[in-house]
Design a binder for this molecule. Sequence first.
Ligand code: ADP
Ligand code: MG
Length: 420
Amino acid sequence: MSFDNFSLHPNILEAVAEAGYSEPTKVQLNVIPKIMKGFDIRASAHTGTGKTAAFLLPALHRLSDPSKKAGHGPRILILVPTRELAMQITTQAEKYSKYMRGVKTVCVVGGVPYHAQMRKLSRPYDILVATPGRLIDYIDRRKMDFSRLETLVLDEADRMLDMGFSESVEQIVKATPPSRQTLLFSATLQGSVIKLSERLMDKPMEIIVHGGQAKPDNIIQKLHYVDNLHHKNRLLDHILNEDDVDYAIVFTSTKRHASQLVMELQEKGYQAAALHGDMNQRQRTRTITQLRNGKIKVLVATDVAARGIDVQSITHVINFDLPNSAEDYVHRIGRTGRAGAKGTALSFAAGHDAFMLQKIEKFTGQRIEIAEIAGLEPRAKQRPSPRSKRPHSRPGANRRFDSRAKSPKGRVSRPRKARA
Ligand code: ADP
Ligand code: MG
């Protein structure tokens, strides 16, 4: 199956060929024909599986016919949770539309001055990629004209809701014409995302692409048990010095610790930089560009800031601290192994992380292998989670720390059924 089988406009196919995509990914195969038929879609697929092109290509195809309405507002609106993601989607939109005459993309995000954005919005354009907060500003100032809008995309809808954008998203959607086609993409389709889609979409068709290539099978996952912060620092230093580590993203749970860790790494001679929500947009963009150009080898990031980073050279993701949710874990490790490349994800965990580890393994349907580095083994034998009063009573919860469950090599070997 090739892209030529979709009846996409030849100018789009030319750009896709130039991007080097030989065949559509699973989610693209499933979603593109349905979008072209005009259905409202809500879809979920793992991170890094090409969802952006899955909605951009058919949406662009509609632009090959001139708009039937007057006005100069966008014909495609893509709402995303973070600035980084907005900019990456803007780049992809420009890439896929480069041979379509006169198609222009504008990106509207917070943290940048208003006047330059206003100037862009005052000229005719076709595609608008925006974060909800800043777009609401423009709607409130009556600067937006959605009369030509044909396609509305909500990308990473679960994260937009997590970040508290629910009301803004609804307000924005209500400002668009009811005749629009609405497409919703999300890492997970549950509870509040489904409810949102029921409110905003017209009999949405649901497409869930899991399994097969969609699972992060190309990412090796490992777990290092740690005694304390000092142990984490020594492990990190050792790992970053290994030959196969070209570019790494290290996740910490707080912005403050991210900044501090960067200073420590720089003192040790690493080309390290931080990426977190306290940085302004210029700093964040510059940091990602430096990572792309190879000027930075180690990026220390928090969850929100790193969402959507698509830098193909990342060989390692290191969870210095575990995330607060299994979904975040999948998003973090998805920063490596982009577009089917190989990647490694290492997590540092202590005894009290048992519950989160269990949640992560249940969510991914994959067991994380335990690794030890000679000379840097954890001193303390892993204890059951202090949160559980009766350590071995909850099935599975503490088995990782149960020496009886260990194989001779010291690895937990428990049978596990793959998730359907
Ligand atoms: P997602 O939104 O599902 O997390 P992206 O849309 O960001 O994933 O795509 C991940 C990477 O895969 C991007 O670098 C993109 O250029 C690349 N990609 C997308 N479609 C294809 C394809 N058909 N063949 C090869 N690479 C692709
Ligand atoms: Mg995406």
